[in-house]
Design a protein around this ligand. Structure first.
Ligand SMILES: Cc1cc2nc3c(=O)[nH]c(=O)nc-3n(C[C@H](O)[C@H](O)[C@H](O)COP(=O)(O)OP(=O)(O)OC[C@H]3O[C@@H](n4cnc5c(N)ncnc54)[C@H](O)[C@@H]3O)c2cc1C
Length: 248
C-alpha cells in the first residue's frame, strides 16, 4: 500500500486504539493498524476487538516479543531480590492460611508524582541494540495513609464476620512497587506543554497530526477500573481527529 493511499496509521489495537481505528474506518478513512499483540491471549476483549477489525489492514511490525524488556531506574539487583522474597512470602502465606481463608482487595487511588515516568534506559539494550524502556516509579507519600485506612476497614469487616486470624498487608510509604495492572499517565493530557504531553483533544503538543488515545492520557488513575474511561476518551479523541482533519 502506498503512503498516499492511507489516511491514518494507528499503533496498537487496545482499549483505546481499537476504538479510534473503528471510528475512523466507519467515517470512511483508509486506516492501517500496526499491532504486535495480542499479548494476553486469554482475555475476552482480545476476541472482541478482533471482530472490530474485520476489513482493516493489519501489518505486523515492531520488536519480537522476547526482545521487549523493561527495567527499573533504581537498583536492579535490589528489585530482583525483592521479587524473590515476595514470592517466598506469598507461597508461605498460601500454605499457612489458604485452606480456610478469604481475601479482601481494595483498590486505592494511586496519586500521581511528577517524577514518575517511562523513558529509555541509557545502558540496557535489547537483542537488536535498541534501548529498552525504563520505568521510574515511587508511590506518592499520601498513598500509604489511604492504603492503611482501607486495610483497617477490611480488617474490621473480617473481624465482624468472625475471622479467627486477620493478616494485614505491610504498607510501605513511598514504595517503589505498584500493585495493580493499571499503568496510566505517561503521556498525560493538559493545557501546559511543560507539564503534559498531549492537549485536551489527545493531540501531542506542537505536532499537528500525532494523537494519543490510550491509558497514558489519564492524568490520574482515580480509584476505579480505567478501561471504560479510556474507551470514552478514545471516542473523544476520534471525534477531534475527524473534526480537525476532514476536508470540509
Ligand atoms: C491482567 C489485567 C487485568 C485487568 N483488569 C481490568 C479490569 O477488570 N477492568 C479494567 O477497567 N481494566 C483492567 N485492566 C486494565 C486494562 O486492560 C488497561 O487499562 C487497558 O487495556 C489499557 O488500554 P490501552 O489502550 O491504554 O492499552 P492496551 O489495551 O494495553 O493496548 C495496547 C495495544 O498496543 C499493542 N502494542 C504494544 N506494543 C506494540 C508495538 N510495539 N507495536 C504495535 N502494537 C503494540 C498491544 O498489543 C495492545 O493491543 C487489566 C489489565 C491487566 C493486564
Amino acid at each position: 500500500m502506498k503512503q498516499e493511499q492511507v489516511d491514518a496509521v494507528l499503533v496498537g489495537s487496545g482499549a483505546g486504539g481499537g476504538i479510534v481505528a473503528k471510528e475512523l474506518a466507519v467515517a470512511g478513512w483508509r486506516v492501517v493498524l500496526l499491532e504486535r499483540g495480542p499479548w494476553l491471549k486469554t482475555f475476552g476483549h482480545v476476541e472482541t476487538r478482533d471482530a472490530w477489525f474485520t476489513g482493516i489492514d493489519r501489518v505486523p511490525f515492531g520488536p519480537e516479543r522476547t526482545d521487549v524488556r523493561t527495567v527499573r531506574a533504581s537498583d536492579r539487583e535490589k528489585a530482583r531480590r525483592a521479587t524473590e522474597c515476595a514470592l517466598w512470602q506469598l507461597k508461605h502465606f498460601y500454605r499457612t492460611y489458604f485452606p480456610q481463608s478469604i481475601w479482601f482487595y481494595a483498590t486505592c487511588h494511586t496519586l500521581p508524582r511528577a517524577e514518575n515516568r517511562v523513558d529509555t534506559d541509557p545502558e540496557v539494550r535489547d537483542a537488536r541494540g535498541v534501548p529498552v524502556s525504563r520505568i521510574t516509579y515511587r508511590q506518592h507519600a499520601r498513598n500509604a495513609g489511604e492504603e492503611q485506612f482501607m486495610a483497617d476497614r477490611c480488617a474490621e469487616l473480617l473481624e465482624e464476620a468472625g475471622a479467627i486470624k486477620v493478616v494485614k498487608p505491610r504498607i510501605v510509604r513511598e514504595s517503589e512497587a505498584g500493585i495493580s495492572t493499571h499503568q496510566l499517565g505517561s503521556c498525560r493530557m493538559g493545557s501546559d506543554p511543560a507539564s503534559s504531553v498531549a492537549d485536551r483533544t489527545g493531540r501531542v503538543h506542537g505536532i499537528p497530526n500525532v494523537y494519543i488515545a490510550d491509558g497514558s492520557l489519564l492524568v490520574n488513575p482515580g480509584g476505579a477500573n480505567p478501561s471504560l474511561t479510556i474507551q470514552a476518551l478514545a471516542y473523544w479523541v476520534s471525534a477531534a481527529i475527524l473534526r480537525d482533519h476532514t476536508a470540509s
